[in-house]
Write a protein of this length. Structure first.
Length: 665
């Protein structure tokens, strides 16, 4: 025992001041990029562009810029240009040996958006955006046209490659131009996706009517699967703002009300403004997108809560006016659960959760939005009683369905003459019997949208899931019950779980897991299979659970097009179908959400052309079937259970089977 205490004491003595690191300048960003951009994956890479675009949009929103240009060139080289005031180039009063431009690009938490003097509202408030881009760039060059002079400075991995240069006088030019190439040592082989950048530019143009955004991309960078949604050149300008955006997303879909509820309003005392566009599609396949100072807030926040409260108060007040007492039972989910809504606010000093700004946390935004929108919604409802009554009837019906489900002890499939309303984002099929029907469990709203367009509405249902679901093998029962995604699956299938499981109540003949053909997709599929194995093993035993097999590659030559499941299949097809026949165009699908619905249908969802893998418990020809069950349970516990040391041991045992090529993936 004394030896033990002696060992601990010596170990503590080894911890000295020399072990304390002090990271200066932009070194913390390069050491821990995930703290600033959320990771080093494709999403983080595109976040760098969003930071530059936010800065240019701030100039436009402040009234100093009318045009923004985005250009993607070969070599992962991207340029963002505006015709605003231009970054200041005079010496900084605190760092007299440096220009303000160099301070902004090399110092965290430096900028002009902290005191509301240069910008009344701004998207980039942390003062780290452009310096983080610089830190994570292999090379970055910034040009500033200001006071009829052109200035330029170049950086590499955040370090200045020389002083700020005065390139001389210029005429008819102003603003800031930033060109950078992301550092491959940080982001690996990830490249910019033209379709993502184009959507980003288009959404900014929708959000601010006064700006014109010019998009250019080298044609050879646009994959064949992206050409329908991403032109090589475009000028984006939308005078109608969010109303135009909503109409573009709805296309020809029918809505409960002929006209959307759309408008804009200024907040009191110059606190900002809000713009909105909301409609209710007849198919109840809704969506919601919100923004603060043109920055997307995919996780919502206080501004969305303000809109929800305003609409809910308005519909209840209207119910009182028309003597519909049931309107008082309506909740926000009843009203907006199947709605299509776009919301944009501009406010001072917004508070976000995290550097990636995915959720607005400014408490005052809820009150401002609610107060501003409420009067407009009251007038909109009163102006057209016929459409307002149709909307009220629809939300009251949803409220009644919700209350009826809450009272039911068991979820039962309703008769053929009545269709069951189900929770979540399920797009149900129209056939009332389960024979011949199937439900696709799809990763993400984007892939869910493509699948909904590609499906056979009579026999195929689609349930989008938000990212990676809970690992039920390592979670408590309380966490499982509280997980919305898993509850949506349980309610959609109708069989209940574990001891209450009844396969005869299954609402579909087949359950098909449809994930991206990559590592993340395989992980999500593993989590879903673990869920079904633990909670609904009867689905596997009865042969109802399947894995879709979306292609990873599209190979084309002339009029011939074939699809490959993986790299090995691609090489096989190149040898068997195209060998000796000239150049073959090979495009790699980035994910189901980027696959055109027609291709998704032809390759993955059409029963006549697709390939499905049935999920079973492996049969090792044991005379005792319980042996296979025990082995399966042990494997699931080892790979998915609560003991990480078991997974670590599994990896160590199988590391010898990996080859060098696999490690390069």
């Amino acid at each position: 025992m004394s030896d033990l205490f002696q060992t601990v004491s010596e170990s503590n003595d080894a911890y000295t001041a020399k072990d304390i690191e002090v990271l200066e300048g932009l070194e913390p960003v390069r050491r821990r990029p995930g703290m600033y951009v959320g990771g080093t994956d494709e999403k983080a890479l595109h976040h760098l562009v969003a930071e530059l675009l936010d800065n240019a949009m701030d100039e436009a929103v402040a009234g100093h810029a009318t045009r923004i240009e985005i250009e993607l060139e070969p070599g992962n080289r991207l340029t963002v240009r505006d015709n605003g005031r231009g970054i200041p180039v005079d010496p900084h009063p605190k760092f007299k040996d440096k220009s303000a431009l160099e301070v902004i690009f090399t110092t965290l938490h430096s900028g002009a958006k902290f005191a509301n003097k240069a910008y009344a509202t701004a998207g980039g408030l942390h003062g780290v955006g452009v310096s983080v881009v610089n830190a994570l760039a292999e090379t970055l060059a910034v040009e500033v046209a200001r006071d009829r002079h052109l200035w330029r400075q170049q950086f590499a991995k955040g370090t200045p490659q020389g002083p700020l240069e005065d390139l001389g006088a210029v005429q008819n030019r102003r603003g800031t131009t930033v060109t950078f190439v992301p550092d491959a040592t940080i982001f690996g082989h990830a490249g910019f996706r033209p379709a993502i950048l184009y959507r980003m530019a288009r959404s900014k143009a929708y959000l601010f009517k006064g700006v014109e955004i010019r998009w250019r991309c080298a044609p050879e960078l646009i994959g064949e699967s992206e050409r329908e949604v991403c032109p090589p050149q475009a000028t984006l300008h939308y005078p109608g703002g969010l109303r135009d955006a909503l109409q573009a997303q709805l296309a020809e879909r029918k809505t409960i009300t002929p006209e959307p509820f759309a408008g804009q309003a200024e907040f009191p005392d110059g606190a900002g403004r809000v713009e909105w566009a909301v409609t209710w599609p007849a198919d109840e396949e809704g969506f919601a997108s919100s923004y603060c100072n043109t920055v997307p807030t995919p996780q919502g926040g206080t501004h969305e809560a303000g809109l929800r409260n305003a609409l809910l108060r308005g519909i209840k007040t209207y119910g009182e006016i028309v003597s519909n007492k049931k309107a008082q039972q309506v909740t926000g989910e009843d009203l907006l659960g199947g709605a299509c809504a776009l919301l944009s606010v501009f406010i001072r000093e917004p508070q976000f959760q995290g550097q990636t700004k995915e959720r607005l946390a400014t408490a005052e935004a809820q009150r401002l939005v609610e107060t501003a929108v409420k009067d407009y919604f009251d007038h909109w409802l009163a102006a057209h009683p016929e459409r307002s009554r149709a909307l009220l009837e629809r939300v009251v019906e949803r409220a009644e369905e919700r209350q009826r489900k809450r009272k039911e002890k068991e979820l039962k499939r309703q008769s053929a003459t009545r269709r069951l309303r189900l929770p979540g984002k399920l797009a149900d099929c129209s056939r009332n019997r389960s024979d011949g029907t199937e439900v696709f469990l799809v990763e993400g709203d984007s892939a869910g949208g493509s699948a909904k367009q590609a499906r056979n509405r009579e026999t195929q249902a689609v349930l989008p899931l938000r990212g990676k679901i809970l690992n039920v093998a390592s979670a408590s029962v309380d966490k499982l019950r509280a997980n919305q995604e898993l509850n949506d699956i349980i309610q959609a299938l109708g069989t209940d779980t574990r001891g209450k499981f009844d396969v005869d109540k299954l609402r579909y003949e087949r359950i098909i897991i449809m994930c991206d053909a990559d590592v993340d997709g395989a992980h999500i599929a593993s989590l879903l299979m673990t869920f079904f194995y633990r909670e609904m093993p009867g689905l596997i035993e009865s042969g109802r659970l399947y894995l879709a097999q979306p292609p990873l590659y599209r190979l084309s030559q002339g009029g011939q097009v074939v699809y490959a499941r993986d790299d090995a299949h691609k090489e096989e097809l190149l040898d068997s179908h195209f060998k000796g026949r000239g150049k073959v165009e090979v495009s790699r699908f980035k994910g189901l959400g980027e696959m055109p619905p027609a291709q998704l249908k032809a390759t993955t969802m059409n029963p006549e052309k697709r390939t499905l893998l049935r999920v079973t418990i492996a049969d090792h020809e044991s005379p005792d079937p319980q042996v296979d069950q025990r082995e399966a349970a042990q494997i699931v516990e080892r790979l998915m259970g609560r003991k990480p040391e078991m997974r670590f041991a599994f990896i160590q045992e199988r590391a010898k089977f990996l080859d060098e090529d696999a490690l390069d993936v």
